[in-house]
Ligand binder design. Structure first.
Ligand code: 8ID
Ligand code: ZN
Ligand code: ZN
Length: 352
């Protein structure tokens, strides 16, 4: 009963818009599964992809989306460890070679042959999407597909970033872009990992973003738009005034990437995750040396990180703050995202 046609959001040229239309349903290859996507989170990466923000070309026409939660409806003949009817997730890493030295060491996001959902292959903004069976997230049956969707990119990515930061329970982490999709999850993964958080965001009307971050467990909120001296304020939010042990930089602007090294604690780590267009890292060599600061990138997560991030959710430690709209309304979500007006995450329902 798999249909031959389905509804999808298709980017027909770089720069957009995304067009809601009917397209054919594809058949999975021997090592692939076909997933009936029920819900998909909307990540800022999807907007970057449509706008051509990055120095890496996308497929065109492109079906975006890489937080797709659904049900396996077909599988190739080589697929043995996942069954029709199982719940599964399409994540950013759609597939990788599994044979190169990166894949062999579970660094599959670094694979030269990685396939990227909603970027180099069609993603989850359609009712039926394909992924390599080895890479689809195994979603426990008791988890609500609508609620878990944003874990598939936002959750995995911030969980991995926190691990990469080396921050230990009891220490302090600053989350830059804390009210956004990744940020909202980062505050909660950090809390679940025993870390204190300083949320940095703002730019909105009123204090909706501050309240949101505080409700997710942030110990302090610093408004980047209103603060007279952001560096001093972030440092002052830690008990000894020496600054957070780690910074997760999730914002879609260059400036905070250049500020983080000024307030991170000596011997601390700045983790770069956000991907603003045409942005550069810049830090003073002198202070980076004498304060022994580490600045590093972190890129999604591997299959093990995926299952661990899902397990935090399954244990009830992560409450995804989301709003659901129809897949047909994706363009409106992109507009809100572009304007910095989203608090938490939007999820699209592929049935409407
Ligand atoms: O693997 C990765 N590295 C990865 C994975 C997933 C997403 C990277 N990303 C990237 C996305 O491509 C995007 O560039 O992370 C970035 C954040 O994605 P998102 O959380 O989906 O975006 P959002 O929901 O729009 O949130 C961004 C937040 O940043 C705030 C905004 O107010 C918003 O809440 N922000 C901005 I723009 N400038 C800020 C500033 N100067 C800021 N917050 C603090 N200081
Ligand atoms: Zn993403
Ligand atoms: Zn590989």
């Amino acid at each position: 009963q798999i249909p031959t046609e389905q509804w999808a959001q298709v980017v027909e040229k770089t720069g957009g818009p995304s067009v809601y239309k009917k397209i054919p349903v594809q058949k999975p290859g021997p090592d692939e599964v076909l997933i009936n996507v029920k819900y998909s989170g909307v990540c800022h990466t999807d907007l970057h992809a449509m706008m051509g923000d990055w120095p890496l070309a996308t497929k065109i026409p492109l079906v975006g989306g890489h937080e797709g939660a659904g049900v396996v409806v077909a599988k190739g003949e080589l697929v043995k460890d996942i069954e029709i009817g199982d719940h599964a997730g399409i994540k950013w890493l759609n597939g990788s070679c599994l044979a190169c030295s990166f894949c062999m060491q579970a660094d599959e996001p670094l694979c030269q042959h990685a396939l990227l959902s909603g970027y180099t292959v069609d993603g989850s903004f359609q009712q039926y999407a394909i992924a390599k069976a080895a890479h689809v997230a195994r979603i426990p049956k008791e988890c609500d597909l609508e609620v878990i969707a944003p874990v598939l990119c936002a959750g995995i990515t911030v969980y991995k970033g926190l691990k990469e930061s080396g921050a230990r329970p009891g220490q302090w982490v600053a989350v830059v872009g804390a009210a956004g999709g990744l940020g909202s999850m980062a505050l909660q993964y950090a809390r679940a990992m025993g870390l204190h958080t300083i949320a940095i965001d703002g730019g909105g009307q009123g204090n909706e973003k501050a309240q949101h971050c505080q409700s997710l467990g942030a110990s302090a909120f610093v408004d980047f738009g209103k603060s007279q001296d952001l560096v001093a304020e972030v440092k002052a939010a830690t008990p000894d005034g020496l600054g957070p042990h780690a910074v997760l930089c999730l914002a879609v602007q260059e400036k905070p990437f250049q500020q983080a090294a000024d307030y991170v604690r000596s011997r601390g780590t700045v983790i770069c995750i956000g991907l603003p267009a045409n942005a550069y890292l810049k830090a003073p060599v002198f202070n980076t040396v004498i304060r022994m600061i580490t600045i590093r990138g972190s890129y999604v997560g591997n299959r093990q990180d995926t299952q661990e991030a899902l397990d935090f959710f399954a244990r009830g430690l992560i409450k995804v703050p989301f709003k659901t709209v129809g897949l047909s309304q994706l363009g409106e979500v992109y507009q809100l995202m572009h304007d910095g007006k989203i608090v938490g995450r939007y999820v699209v329902d592929t049935s409407k």
